[in-house]
Write a protein that binds this ligand. Structure first.
Ligand SMILES: [Zn+2]
Length: 349
């Protein structure tokens, strides 16, 4: 059985100084004017570099918008605000602005340029947008961005906690792929081997050099991007999202104190991987020790009680989504680890 046609990004630039060339990337295929959406509170200096680059290459900005909330309501409002002359939409900044820009571009059927300024999760190049509808978080299909522009120098200046969040979200791929294979064994859910392989391989590449220097950030950006592409190839979120994401979604839904997505999914992946009994638990543990991941978690420890409730609800967060959490109550083992595992000391209160 062949996959239906998939659309992959036609421009990928992951290098230092890429932001200064943004205008060129749009000017070459004649994409002007554009709409530019950026994060609330994005450093003026970063926004100025982007805007100056557009001007330098004769790319007009027909709409400039600061994204304050990642909701479907906001995206629909923006869809009406996008001038009909716009030839492309650009999202510059963090998750919210990118999700809103990506979804609005897909509604408007315009090419979308993703320009993340930090690497806190794999959403910048995933085929879906995470937005709220009447306050409830939803994942909406969008297709992949047409272009991904990651300026390594800009990402390197982002707070370390955001980098840790990206590391956490990447580690979730180990547990996600294990869950996918389990769903195949138990329920016959088809596994796309190429997508699973890409997802796995990208993590190993980064793990060979898990540091936050320019090369390490390049590997992390590439790995997170390939995870998004793996989702598109598989036609599902399975390569990048398993039981660890169910726990994270449950935390978001149950009104737990907000933490960075990747700190939640990474910590959940560490716990879940111990239930999965493979070699992943040790690997994730080593990755987190080498990168100092737990330091960022300890800065704002999780609530054990909020996690207990989330773990209880997690199996029913998504319909027909078999994972290791479907096999029985995971909490007793998690509680034991939270109490005894030295790596987790100070991470929960
Ligand atoms: Zn994620």
């Amino acid at each position: 059985m062949k996959n239906a046609q998939i659309n992959l990004p036609w421009l990928v630039r992951i290098k230092a100084g890429a932001l200064q060339r943004l205008g060129l990337y749009l000017a070459r295929p004649g994409l002007t004017p554009v709409g530019l959406f950026h994060s609330e509170g994005l450093l003026e200096s970063i926004l100025n570099v982007a805007r100056q680059s557009l001007r330098d290459h004769g790319v007009a900005t027909a709409l400039l918008h600061e994204v304050k909330e990642a909701s479907i309501e906001e995206a629909v409002h923006l869809l009406n605000a996008v001038p009909s002359v716009c030839r492309a939409l650009i999202g510059v900044g963090g998750g919210k602005a990118l999700d809103v820009a990506k979804y609005t571009a897909s509604l408007a059927e315009l090419p979308y340029f993703a320009v993340p300024t930090s690497l806190s999760n794999d959403g910048f190049c995933s085929p879906q947008a995470s937005l709220t509808l009447e306050g409830q978080r939803r994942s909406l299909p969008t297709g992949l961005p047409e272009a991904v522009v990651v300026d390594l120098a800009v990402c390197q200046r982002a707070p370390r906690m955001l980098w840790h969040s990206g590391v956490g979200d990447l580690s979730a791929k180990f547990t996600a792929v294990s869950d996918w294979k389990l769903a195949f064994q138990r329920k016959g859910v088809p596994v796309n081997d190429l997508a699973a392989l890409m997802s796995d391989a990208s993590v190993f590449q980064f793990m060979a050099n898990p540091v936050s220097d320019e090369q390490g950030i390049q590997l992390l950006a590439t790995a997170l991007m390939l995870n998004g592409v793996a989702m598109e190839i598989a036609g599902s979120s399975r390569p990048a999202s398993g039981s660890e994401h169910l726990i994270s979604h449950a935390l978001d839904m149950t009104g737990a104190r907000q933490r960075l997505h990747g700190l939640q999914t990474g910590t959940a992946a560490y716990l879940v991987s111990s239930l999965q009994r493979g070699s992943h638990h040790e690997r994730i543990g080593e990755l987190f020790t080498r990168t100092g991941f737990w330091e960022s978690v300890r800065k704002q420890p999780f609530s054990k009680e909020e996690w207990r409730i989330a773990v209880e609800r997690a199996p029913s967060v998504k319909e027909d989504f078999y994972t290791i959490l479907s096999e029985g109550d995971a909490w007793p083992e998690f509680a034991r680890m939270i109490a005894d595992d030295k790596a987790l000391s100070g991470c929960f209160e």
